[in-house]
Design a protein around this ligand. Sequence first.
Ligand SMILES: CC(C)(COP(=O)(O)OP(=O)(O)OC[C@H]1O[C@@H](n2cnc3c(N)ncnc32)[C@H](O)[C@@H]1OP(=O)(O)O)[C@@H](O)C(=O)NCCC(=O)NCCS
Length: 170
Amino acid sequence: MSPDFIDALLSGQRADAQEVAGLKLPDGWPDAHDSRFLSFRLRQMRERPEIQEWFVYAVVQPDGERQMIGHAGFHGPPGVNAVKASDAVEVGYAVFEPYRRRGYATEVVGALIDWAAREHGIRRFIASISPENEPSLALVRRLGFRHIGQHWDEEDGEELEFELRVTDDA
Ligand SMILES: CC(C)(COP(=O)(O)OP(=O)(O)OC[C@H]1O[C@@H](n2cnc3c(N)ncnc32)[C@H](O)[C@@H]1OP(=O)(O)O)[C@@H](O)C(=O)NCCC(=O)NCCS
C-alpha cells in the first residue's frame, strides 16, 4: 500500500484509492481499528520512505475485479519485532471474514517469508499472537513456527511469541 493509496483511503476518496492501487475495496473497510493502524503506517512511511517495502501490502484476488481480501506485511525492517532481534522481522496479517479458510493466509504469509529470505537474506521470522486466537495459532504452527516465549502488549494484552528459522537450503 503506497502512501497515496492510504491517504486517499483515510480521507474517504475511495474511488481514487481503488484507482491508485488497481483493486476493489471491501465495503466497510477500513474499520476504526484498521484506520488507526493505517494512519500510523502512513506517518512511518512518510518519515522513512526507504523502509516502505517492509510495511503493509493489500492482499488481492488476481482475477476479475481484483477484490481486496486482506492485508499483510511486516512490523518494520529487520530489528523491529517482539523479541528485539536485530536479524529478525515480524509478520502481521489479516484475511477478511468472507474469504477465510481457503488457504489465503497460508499462501500470503508463505510468500512474505520467501520474499524477505530471497531479497534480504532474512532467516528469522517472529509472530506475536493472543493465546485465544486459535486460527492464527494454527496458521503459524502449520507454517513451521515454534513457541519461544510471551510478552504483555499495551494494546493487545498477553501475546505468545513464535519463531521460524529458515535454513539456506529451504
Ligand atoms: C488468522 C487468519 C489470518 C487466517 O486466515 P485464513 O486465510 O482463513 O487462513 P488459511 O485458510 O490459510 O488457514 C490455514 C490453516 O490455519 C488453521 N485455521 C484457520 N482458521 C482457523 C479456524 N477458524 N479454526 C481453526 N483453525 C484455523 C487451519 O489449520 C487452516 O488450515 P485448514 O483450513 O486446511 O484446516 C484469519 O482468521 C484472520 O484474518 N483473523 C483475524 C485477524 C488476525 O487474527 N490476524 C492475526 C493476528 S496475530
